[in-house]
Design a binder for this molecule. Structure first.
Ligand code: ADP
Length: 639
């Protein structure tokens, strides 16, 4: 039969991995055993509802054997098996093209070491066998199928799939171990004791028996008799099948039986993370619903976290049987970064996956998990602010999205977990911390939106707030302003944009003075508005400006940042427009110059008006539609 080629990308990735990715060759066994255990999970689950499986939990096993003479290792399971199509689909490609592209980008960035993460994030587990094999044969018979097939490959040159003889449902993987070289000793893996050690080290918690033929020795009587007339004994070796793993899953173990470090290692292996999680949460709940949970809050987001590819959910077990791999109903959307396992003896085993979605017990568990995750995150924020900051870099955006979702139903849950850059502190702070440092007379929590801290630090309209010594929260993420609108207030303090008409710090006299001056200059202000040909909805004199002659504000519900945000959302660009308001500083010499030009030379005054508008755009961080016109204006005024 003709060999099929691996998909081109697979081949590259395969080479990459075999040669450089996994530094520990020994993990191949863990990967194969974990696949076998997954396959058994699937058939075991099926057995609950399908009598034709004819097996119960105790019937399942994984068998590992080594044959030194043949130089082979086999890993065999009686799980769900694979059809020819599944062999092709599962073992013929190595990772999605998206992942390869990402890998290439990472390489381009020269982030070499990150290769390990990336590969790890796409179960290429099976292929790790090629680290020690020059050939791998996978014989499999799928449940419900009356034929078996063998997939075989040398890992480089493609693979074949041919019919084979296999009586029992399940999968048998044979690894043909490479010959030893000067640098590498592959034969060590043919040693049963070494393999048994690896099972203990990496797969002790697997919930099905992993059996091995262990050679032992015992003393037996011989026919010879010694001088005392007693039969002589001799040592003989014999082989016995033994279950080598303890089979108690880690989440069922007490703290004394499984240390935090054990749990963290379990997390790193299971979720392919090279970093320790920022929080490990162990729950042993008894009450309305009894369950055990082992949860992890990761430090960094997987690269696909904010894409559709990321799958959220917790693994759900009922009485030791895995009933769902990614159960979404156990986690609120805002905490979808949490990983882990929930195991409850109170869930009905016969429950169908669809019914699970409406299960009241699940709802109870979800509510508990939600509360617990929130309190753990809050604790982290208070006790280890630096670690929290790192977590927040990855998942802060998720918390904000979570707050905005469903019309803000979770804002009470999430508001304390948010952080924003504070101008006073020069670093991100929580809203609670901001409020703590407010001087007594400060009434509002101020914020300014823009695309960078440097620009926001110079925003003219914020000058009076800065002069007062009040902190301003600088919001640089798209979601931020929506979050502020959704929150409205924090601890009774209203959240206020520095663009607000009334900053709450002006004296009544200031306002009166400005209004008076505005009335006096009405004609000039109308002239400026007309000169700008509809670009602004209004032109006003501002009581907020101090050293700057001009700034750009808005009226109505839509801010400049929202307009900019919606302009990037396909289809909504035209509809969402901010009503711009040009605010002039009546006390500034520039205003005097404008006024003088208006009296003497209307054409010149018109140019001044445009220049001031352009300036206000630049200061607010917006761009100028017609930079050529701006350049020309400046040149004209210079000569
Ligand atoms: P992963 O396990 O992370 O999905 P692998 O490359 O290790 O990636 O395996 C690819 C797929 O091949 C698995 O998802 C599974 O569907 C299938 N597979 C691997 N080993 C077995 C097995 N022993 N029995 C049944 N299916 C298996």
């Amino acid at each position: 039969m003709a060999k099929k080629q691996f998909k081109a990308e697979s081949k590259r990735l395969l080479g990459l991995m075999i040669n450089s990715i996994y530094t520990h060759k020994e993990i191949f066994l863990r990967e194969l055993i974990s696949n076998a255990s997954d396959a058994i999970d699937k058939l075991c689950y099926k057995a609950l509802t399908d009598e034709s499986v004819g097996m119960s939990r105790g019937d399942f096993f994984i068998k590992v054997t080594a044959d030194e003479a043949e130089r082979t290792i086999t890993v065999e399971d009686n799980g769900i098996g694979m059809t020819a199509e599944e062999l092709e689909k599962n073992l013929g490609v190595i990772a999605s093209s998206g992942s390869l592209r990402f890998k290439q980008e990472m390489e381009a960035d020269k982030k070499e070491e990150s290769g390990i993460d990336i590969i790890g994030q796409f179960g290429v587990g099976f292929y790790s066998a090629f680290m020690i094999a020059d050939r791998v044969r996978v014989e499999s018979r799928a449940f419900g199928s009356d034929e078996a097939n063998a997939w075989e490959s040398d890992g480089e040159d493609g693979y074949t799939i041919t019919p084979c003889d296999k009586q029992d449902v399940g999968t048998k993987i044979t690894i043909f171990v490479k010959k030893d070289t000067e640098d590498e000793n592959y034969s060590e893996f043919l040693d049963t004791y070494r393999l048994r050690g690896l099972v203990k080290k990496y797969s002790d918690y697997v919930r099905y028996p992993i059996r091995m033929n262990i050679t032992k020795s015992r003393s037996v009587e011989t026919d010879e008799v010694d001088e005392n007339g007693k039969k002589k004994t001799k040592w003989e070796s014999y082989t016995e099948e033994e279950t080598v793993n303890s089979m108690v899953p880690i989440w069922q173990r007490s703290k004394a039986e499984a240390s935090d470090e054990d749990c963290i290692n379990f997390y790193k292996e299971k979720y392919y993370d090279t970093e320790d999680p920022v929080k490990l949460i162990r729950i042993n709940a008894e009450g309305a619903v009894s369950y055990k949970a082992l949860l992890f809050i990761p430090k960094k987001a997987p690269f696909n976290y904010y894409s559709r590819d990321y799958e959220a959910g917790l693994q759900l077990y009922a009485n030791g049987v895995m009933i769902m791999d990614m159960c979404k109903d156990l986690l609120p959307e805002c905490f979808r970064f949490v990983r882990g396992v929930v195991d409850s003896q109170d869930l009905s085993l016969n429950i169908s996956r669809e019914m699970l979605q409406h299960d009241r017990q699940l709802k109870t568990i979800e509510t508990n998990i939600e509360k617990r995750v929130k309190s753990e995150l809050k604790k982290l924020m208070d006790d280890e602010p630096e670690t929290y900051a790192e977590f927040y870099k990855s998942f802060g955006l998720q918390l904000k999205y979570g707050l905005l979702a469903d019309y803000g139903v979770r804002r009470e849950l999430l508001k304390d977990l948010l952080m924003f850059y504070s101008s006073k502190e020069g670093k991100p702070v929580s809203l609670a911390d901001y409020v703590k440092t407010m001087p007594e007379e400060q009434k509002f929590i101020y914020y300014a939106c823009g695309d960078s801290i440097t620009k926001l630090d110079k925003l003219p309209q914020a000058e009076p707030i800065r002069d007062k010594g009040y902190g301003i929260l600088y919001l640089t993420e798209d979601a931020d302003e929506f979050v502020m609108n959704m929150l409205g207030e924090y601890e009774g303090k209203q959240l206020k944009s520095v663009n607000s008409e009334d900053l709450g710090i002006e004296s009544g006299e200031d306002k009166e003075e400005t209004e008076k001056k505005e009335a006096e200059n009405k004609e000039l202000l109308d002239f400026v508005k007309d000169s700008l040909g509809g670009a602004v909805a209004a032109v006003k004199l501002s009581h907020k400006l101090k050293s700057s002659p001009v700034c750009l504000g808005t009226q109505g519900a839509i801010s400049l940042e929202m307009e900019r945000y919606f302009s990037t959302v396909p289809g909504s660009g035209e509809k969402v427009k901010a009503e711009r308001v040009l605010e002039l500083n009546g006390a500034h010499p520039v205003f005097a110059a404008l006024s003088a030009a208006y009296g003497a030379d209307k054409e010149k005054a018109k140019k001044y008006a445009k220049l001031l508008y352009f300036q206000s755009l630049l200061l607010s961080g917006a761009s100028i539609d017609d930079p050529a016109e701006y350049a020309e204006l400046v040149s004209e005024l210079m000569v």
